[in-house]
Design a protein around this ligand. Sequence first.
Ligand code: GTP
Ligand code: MG
Length: 329
Amino acid sequence: MVLGFGKLKKGLAKTRSNMFGKLGDLFSGKVKLDVETLEEIEEILISSDLGVKTSTRIVSNIEKRLKEAGGEADLESVLEVIRNDISDTLTSAKPKKQSASWELATGKGKKKQDIEPIPDAPRVIFVVGVNGTGKTTSIGKLAAHLKANGETVLVAAADTFRAAAVAQLKLWSERVGVDCIQQGQNADPAAVVFDAISAAKARNINTVIVDTAGRLHTKTNLMDELGKVARVIISKTGTLPETLLVVDANTGHNGLQQAKSFTETVPVDGLFLTKLDGTARGGIVVAIAEDLGVPVKYIGVGEQVDDIAEFDADAFAETLFSISDANQS
Ligand SMILES: Nc1nc2c(ncn2[C@@H]2O[C@H](COP(=O)(O)OP(=O)(O)OP(=O)(O)O)[C@@H](O)[C@H]2O)c(=O)[nH]1
Ligand SMILES: [Mg+2]
């Protein structure tokens, strides 16, 4: 189920009004596409964090496609070029070959093809990321979202660093009506995950979502800990973990750099981009897809349980760059 335009509109409201304000000022009726105008368009795109590479390419597309039509353009024709470019970029962003691999976690010499799925093992979603990006909150929302889609869900409190972290996940689990598997503070995260997968099997639950402590990719011991948890997941399910990296959209290009470093150590299958509601620079979504080559799977657009949407590239481009949407807000 794709949660459509409503959530995206909420998440992108600040970005859209920022961009439309500026583009609207630039285009009152038909405008000559001279060097100055094109530069201004590029600046507006860059100021929304679309990234220099993407912005430059879009402007050269605008120049190519619209200049031949007399050298003048109106807002809608410019928006159409932007929309098409962005939705193509987002749908064709292919995962780059990642240097990091969980196969190391399965033991020397073992390869992916040596792993055999264990019958009746649950799907395990492994949620990782830097401190405070929104992991625990996003897990609460994701649990509710998957449950609404008919899955049975259990959450595992493998952030055992702080007692408050376990309590926070427990609270979310009660709010959304799913089980939470926990041990005491300072418990071994791998042991919590071992318990959680056993409990899921015993209770006939098909999805386990694992919360982890926030960490920086530079902390070797913490990154090793993720490998240890992955090893448990692999041995208990016969499947590589489905790893979701949580990135805070407000951290812009810093967040992108952090995410890049993370993916060099940990294999990441998808991104959960949080706090899109708080930024006027939502163009970061495109920069991330293009630079990181990891698909955005979910976006977070607020602190409430239903402030989550599955990411949809066309809906994103449409919401951000269509006049009708702008008029409705
Ligand atoms: N506005 C907004 N706030 C969010 C969103 N997602 C999370 N937050 C807030 O961000 C803050 C941090 O969220 P947590 O879920 O605790 O983050 P975390 O990554 O688990 O943090 P650590 O466990 O400390 O690493 C909380 O105040 C959340 O309510 C979002 O999509 N939008
Ligand atoms: Mg947390």
